[in-house]
Ligand binder design. Structure first.
Ligand code: SF4
Length: 298
């Protein structure tokens, strides 16, 4: 079906998610699902078979946005790992955005290491020139044993190399790490290894989310079988403390203000580090309220 030049709205399929910082962006769903779709903790795209949408549908959405979204100057390309879209298609999409949405100042997308690896350095540079300003990569942990256990599809070395490749092209890098993902026993090992990876990577933004065990995922099965145990509130906080203490960024922003976290924290490195550690220490001593359970949400 030819969707071009219709006014029927944006074509969204299934549950669509975007990073908190893209809350006011135009959301363009150019691909559906996640090409990897194997991480044991992730239930987001389990009901979606990965595919890239056809040009007519994508163009129709860009044209719709050109008529109805003139006040939004950022655009986020969905779904789960939109950078997996082959280079030529991405160039075409970015060119159409430039042509029809000239007021858009920054385009962002989720990326996994495979999508980055498939692009040469020159191609990433060209994508940056065409408006791709930020990529969001889930590294989850720097602990290789945990990365393997959660079937992330990449080890810490690969995360490091691919993250560096993004930044070398002048594209901002925002990474997410997952508190609790290594379970109770490896909690502090995960925290330290993640801090070490973040220090080497030195990204622009780090978002620390707390893992939510979602029914139907392999991680939930592990938990039911008694093979995975989440640290409690204070364990998660101690993990966050260890992670921040092990992380040194030259200028990056580390935040854990996602709704799933117990204590919202924003650290502008390097000067904010000690203050954040002090607040967490107060919370660990029970002198700062943690968010009650009912306030947590996905
Ligand atoms: S790569 Fe991201 S979106 Fe895909 S399964 Fe893993 S966590 Fe989910």
């Amino acid at each position: 079906m030819n969707h071009t030049n219709t006014d029927e709205g944006m074509h969204y399929e299934g549950m669509c998610i975007r990073p908190p910082s893209e809350a006011y962006s135009i959301l363009l769903q150019a691909s559906v699902g996640c090409s990897h779709n194997k991480c044991t903790f992730c239930g987001t795209y389990k009901d979606k078979r990965f595919r890239i949408k056809d040009d007519d549908t994508i163009l129709s959405d860009i044209l719709y946005a050109s008529r109805h979204m003139r006040n939004q100057d950022r655009l986020f390309i969905m779904d789960g790992d939109a950078l997996i879209i082959p280079y030529r298609r991405l160039v075409w999409i970015l060119e159409r955005i430039r042509e029809h949405l000239p007021w858009v100042k920054r385009v962002g997308a989720y990326a996994n290491t495979k999508g980055i690896k498939m692009k040469s350095e020159e191609e990433l540079l060209r994508l940056k020139e065409l408006g791709l300003g930020i990529l969001y990569m889930g590294i989850e942990t720097g602990d290789d044993e945990t990365l393997k256990a959660v079937r992330k599809g990449a080890d810490s070395q690969r995360m490091l190399a691919m993250g560096k490749k993004v930044m070398a092209a002048g594209i901002k890098l925002s990474v997410t790490v997952l508190l609790g993902i290594a379970g109770k026993e490896r909690s502090l090992i995960h925290a330290r290894a993640t801090g070490e990876l973040l220090t080497l990577l030195d990204p622009d933004y780090v978002g620390a989310l707390t893992v939510m065990v979602i029914r139907g995922t392999p991680l939930a099965d592990e938990m039911l079988a008694g093979r995975f145990e989440l640290p409690d509130n204070y364990g998660l906080l101690a993990e966050l403390r260890e992670m921040i203490a092990s992380t040194d960024l030259t200028k990056g922003l580390f935040f854990s203000n996602h709704a799933s976290n117990y204590l919202p924290i924003k650290v502008r490195y390097p000067r904010g580090k000690q203050q954040a550690l002090d607040v967490i220490d107060l919370a660990l001593q029970g002198r700062v309220d943690l968010r009650p359970e009912w306030m947590r949400a996905l």
